[in-house]
Design a protein around this ligand. Structure first.
Ligand code: ZN
Length: 121
């Protein structure tokens, strides 16, 4: 079922289902206007092709995890974390960089990035 596929995709991408649905529907409506096929058919096709577009969709749906970060502070982790960019697991005792932001996010989530993901410039 389409709903189940979308739900599973939202879990995979770790985005709110509503965000994903909005992105998918916007795509579908834009194309459905041009094509003479039904919206549901279009949605189904889109859902099946989402596997290929996962990265693209994720960038659209997800805000940049490093948005608002003004500095990176090298740290040694005291707790396990995961890289905000590539989601690599970061173990306790491992070196990582803490993204510093002025505004506390509503979620209050700190962002750590692995050494490979620290922006070079
Ligand atoms: Zn990383």
């Amino acid at each position: 079922m389409l709903e189940r596929e979308l739900r599973r995709l939202a879990e995979t991408l770790r985005v709110p289902l509503s965000n994903l649905v909005r992105a998918v529907v916007e795509d579908a409506v834009a194309v459905a206007d041009l094509a003479s096929e039904g919206l549901e058919l279009r949605l189904r096709r889109l859902a099946t092709s989402l596997g290929h577009e996962r990265g693209k969709l994720r960038r659209r749906v997800m805000p940049d995890p490093l948005d608002g970060v003004f500095a990176f502070q090298p740290v040694k982790l005291a707790q396990a974390a995961s890289c905000a960019k590539c989601t690599t697991e970061l173990r306790r005792g491992q070196s990582a960089s803490l993204g510093l932001r002025d505004d506390a996010r509503p979620s209050g989530v700190r962002v750590f990035v692995c050494s490979a993901c620290v922006p070079a410039d």
